[in-house]
Design a binder for this molecule. Structure first.
Ligand code: SF4
Length: 288
């Protein structure tokens, strides 16, 4: 059982430095129980002085605070990115049910949103998200890295199985929301095979996604140590090759070019899947 602690937030929304394609982040929790071995957000616990990213902090006043911020006369109904740092549908959400209250506020204030998750708990909120998508732009995205469940259970132990995440995309395709597949990260030597990427493209096509975004593993800060400790324990035969490939935070340039030229781009084109998440966003916001 993960440790949970209550905190209060001063601001619900976090203003991002860049404004395209969205200018605001909303994270209703800090920390995440999905326990992905490549988690890029681990650094965010540094500010709390807590080592264990699976220790989850619940922002008990986030609904009330968000209502205040969205009620402000200066609020311009810009797009809010929900779950950029932690997954809003991680296990504690099943009990706390904060997201339905957040969605009701977005509906009340006609505010567009991007919702990213690796949990099929999001299906619980289907009606609210469908309702919001009739009013304004909503994008539902899921990160899916592999169709091999034995790998998935090791790299993303507490997230939903990959096929359940495709079910999320298929289900929300029946709303006015745009849906996207994020193949992030592609882990060299583990999930970078032609057959894995082809399987993901086939499922993406079958789910009729609006777009697919691929991205190769990036390792920085504490994530690097956690990832390499994991590889050493679970895939020791890949350890040395990965160490050579990751002399810095990003994978070797030649490796990435080959991956994109021989696998990622040809397969995306073969299955006719767009890589533009901006297109459905512009179409929807323009219509409004
Ligand atoms: S779902 Fe995202 S935030 Fe949660 S552990 Fe995985 S990578 Fe980190």
């Amino acid at each position: 059982m993960n440790k949970i602690e209550n905190i209060t937030c001063i601001n619900a929304l976090n203003k991002l430095k860049r404004t395209i394609p969205y200018g605001w982040d909303l994270n209703i929790y800090r920390g995440c129980s999905h326990n992905c071995k490549y988690c890029y957000a681990i650094y965010s616990h540094n500010y709390l002085g807590v080592e264990d990213f699976s220790k989850v902090f619940v922002k008990t006043n986030v609904v009330e605070q968000l209502d205040k911020e969205l009620s402000d006369k200066n609020w311009k109904r810009e797009i809010i990115n929900i779950g950029g740092i932690t997954d809003s549908y991680q296990s504690i959400e099943a009990e706390l049910k904060i997201m339905p209250e957040i969605l009701k506020l977005l509906i009340k204030h006609k505010t567009p949103a991007i919702i990213s998750t690796k949990s099929d708990l999001i299906l619980r909120d289907f009606d609210l998200i469908a309702q919001l998508s009739k009013i304004t732009y909503v994008n539902v995205a899921s990160t899916i890295t592999t169709l091999d469940e034995s790998i998935r259970q090791r790299i993303e132990p507490n997230a939903s199985p990959s096929l359940d995440r495709f079910r999320i995309l298929k289900t929300f395709r029946n709303t006015n929301a745009s849906v996207g597949l994020h193949v992030m990260p592609i882990i060299p030597y583990l999930t970078d095979s032609y057959s894995n990427f082809e399987g993901l493209c086939a499922e993406a096509k079958n789910s009729n996604v609006h777009y697919m975004l691929p991205g190769v593993l990036y390792l920085r800060g504490k994530t690097r140590k956690i990832f390499f400790d994991f590889i050493q324990n679970e895939y020791p035969d890949k350890y040395d090759d990965l160490k050579i490939l990751y002399r810095t935070g990003g994978a070797d340039k030649v490796y990435k070019e080959k991956l994109y030229n021989e696998i990622v781009n040809p397969l995306r084109l073969k299955y006719g899947i767009s890589n533009s998440y901006i297109k459905p966003m512009k179409e929807k916001l323009h219509t409004e």
